[in-house]
Design a protein around this ligand. Structure first.
Ligand code: PGA
Length: 254
């Protein structure tokens, strides 16, 4: 199975989000062999987008999920609330949130809370360009994973999706070379095996300037379970081509 996660980031109002979701739905309706599509709109559009996709195979995801279930945490959104509006997934630890000050420890707490409250977390890990140039990218990503997984119950670990997203590739048009992605995916896989999870149970994605032109390079690799698409997921024509490419790979690998 291949997963296509559409991260709309801080874009689109409620009506625009509904319209885009409707168009995506129309482009895959009635088709078999489609990838698993997860749409992640802004919080304000979640409930309405959920109504649009409710009776389809398309799933709803949030772009973040707070560490607590409820209480005096002004401005936070809990995983329980996200479930309430129809989310089954939540992106956690995106580099754009880490850049705002989210630490590995906060991300670990969010991850745990998401899992405990029935959301499938999509954990983002990845190094900056400085770290890559210094030759310590692997250690850096491994450390992000270690802290994230530290307090997770063994029986829940396999539910976590992991997306390798080098910071320098996000929103830059400078998508990572497939060799680099495979190298980091191998590291993630080894880490996961060390946690007692088998490869079949695990979902590993790539994110960072994925486009209609380059998506096939990633998806055709058996070990790449899918992609997280930012900018290109907002451009309907391009996003449809990405879905089409995924479909071709699914058929070819069936
Ligand atoms: P991008 O974003 O596709 O615009 O680079 C990727 C992401 O949100 O991780």
């Amino acid at each position: 199975m291949k997963f296509i996660v559409a991260n709309w980031k801080m874009n689109l109002g409620v009506r625009e989000s509904m319209a885009l979701a409707r168009s995506v739905l129309r482009s895959v309706r009635g088709q078999e062999e489609t990838p698993e599509i997860i749409i992640c709109p802004a919080f304000t559009a979640l409930a309405e987008v959920h109504k649009v996709i409710a009776r389809s195979k398309i799933k709803l995801g949030a772009q973040d999920s707070g560490p607590k279930k409820s209480g005096a945490f002004t401005g936070e959104i809990s995983p329980v609330m996200l479930r309430d509006v129809g989310c089954s997934y939540a992106i956690i630890g995106h580099s754009e949130r880490r850049a705002l000050g989210e630490t590995n420890e906060i991300i670990a707490e969010k991850l745990q809370s998401a899992l405990e409250n029935g959301l499938t977390p999509i954990l983002c890990v990845g190094e900056s360009i400085e770290i890559r140039r210094s030759g310590t990218a692997k250690e850096f990503v491994e450390n992000q994973l270690k802290i994230a997984f530290e307090n997770i119950q063994a029986s829940r670990k396999h539910k976590i999706f992991i997306s390798y997203e080098p910071v320098w590739a996000i929103g830059s048009g400078d998508n990572a070379k497939i060799e680099d992605v495979l190298e980091m995916h191998a590291l993630i896989e080894n880490f996961i095996l060390s946690q007692g999870i088998s490869r079949e149970q695990l979902t590993i994605l790539y994110g960072g300037s994925v486009s209609a032109e380059n998506v096939h390079n990633y998806l055709r690799e058996k070990t790449v379970d899918g992609v997280l698409v930012g900018g290109a997921s907002l451009r309907l024509r391009e996003f449809k081509k990405i879905l089409e490419a995924a479909k071709e790979v699914i058929i070819a690998q069936a």
